[in-house]
Design a protein around this ligand. Structure first.
Ligand code: HBI
Ligand code: FE
Length: 293
């Protein structure tokens, strides 16, 4: 069968949506897209991503160019924190997603974005998942948080609180910021894998930057197709872990009676680091920019 024959790549996933990575089937073009994205992000993230992100890239030897072979990543990652990375066809249902996290399996898309669409993704590709999410899984406390998140997610399904858990994931794992001795830094995968949002989230005048508050976050809707209007900041991954390492049932029971907050909202109990102008969102965000050009 020819190497790049699509049939040999597209496989029927197992019940847990797992497919083989088939690393040897990636083309030179696909490896070049990874290396291009990697080199570009490493320039932009200097002074913007937290140290743990760079440390994770080093520990997993992800700087050796080209799309990484999960067999090599997993040899190292499993020894460090018990996590492994598996390949799935794309977004998978919440239940299976939570079950994988609860068992220290991080799910990654197999595909990589097209060379002519480096800056906008409709769903997570292997660069977002592996360059964005996987390095922090080498950090024991964050690795524990991600497993506790998966367990909390499974529990949330008994209380119809999946949306609240998706918000927690979004405002921490995807778009979280962290205070460090050198200043505020990004740790969220959606930020560190993005050329533009890694600058916007820290230096943009438009967004608010607020301190992390678990219940407030669970009540806060988010933008999934544009920059965030609120970024939430933690002081440490221990803070995130402590907030999550408890039984969420009482919170799940009280949330339906509480008002939801919209992107960009501020509340009287928010600890505000910087209040944004929301000029980017008010100008229509990405659509607004497209029209302005
Ligand atoms: N599936 N492959 C994949 N990747 C995700 O990030 C993902 C998912 N399914 C559900 C999901 N994320 C979100 O609902 C999380 O907030 C739970
Ligand atoms: Fe993600």
């Amino acid at each position: 069968m020819p190497v790049n024959d699509p049939v040999s790549i597209n496989q029927a996933p197992a019940a847990d949506f797992k497919i083989a990575q088939k690393w040897e089937l990636y083309t030179a073009e696909e490896h070049a897209i990874w290396s291009n994205l990697y080199a570009r992000q490493m320039q932009i993230l200097k002074g913007r991503a937290c140290d743990e992100h760079f440390l994770g890239l080093e520990l997993l030897d992800l700087n050796d160019g080209g799309i990484p072979d999960f067999r090599r990543i997993n040899d190292k990652l499993e020894k460090l924190t018990g996590w492994t990375v598996i390949t799935v066809p794309g977004l998978i249902p919440d239940k299976e997603f939570y079950e994988h996290l609860a068992n220290r399996r991080f799910v990654s898309g197999r595909f990589i974005r097209d060379a002519d669409k480096l800056d906008y993704l409709s769903e997570p590709d292997i660069f977002h998942d592996v360059f964005g999410h996987v390095p922090l899984l080498t950090q024991p406390v964050f690795a524990d948080y991600m497993q506790a998140y998966g367990q909390g997610g499974l529990r949330s399904m008994e209380y119809d609180a999946i949306d609240n858990m998706a918000r927690l994931y979004w405002h921490t794992v995807e778009f979280g910021l962290i205070n460090t001795a050198d200043g505020m830094r990004a740790y969220g995968a959606g930020i560190v894998s993005s050329k533009t949002e890694s600058i916007f989230c820290l230096e943009g005048r438009s967004p608010n930057r607020l301190h992390f508050d678990l219940e407030r976050i669970m009540r806060t809707n988010y933008r999934y197709d544009d920059f965030q209007q609120n970024y939430f900041v933690i002081n440490s991954f221990e803070e995130l872990m402590e907030a999550t390492y408890k039984d969420f049932a009482p919170i799940y029971e009280r949330l339906p009676r509480l008002t939801e907050f919209q992107p960009g909202d501020l509340t009287e109990t928010d600890h505000v680091y910087s209040r944004g102008t929301q000029e980017y969102a008010n100008a229509g965000g990405l659509e607004g920019l497209a029209e302005a050009v």
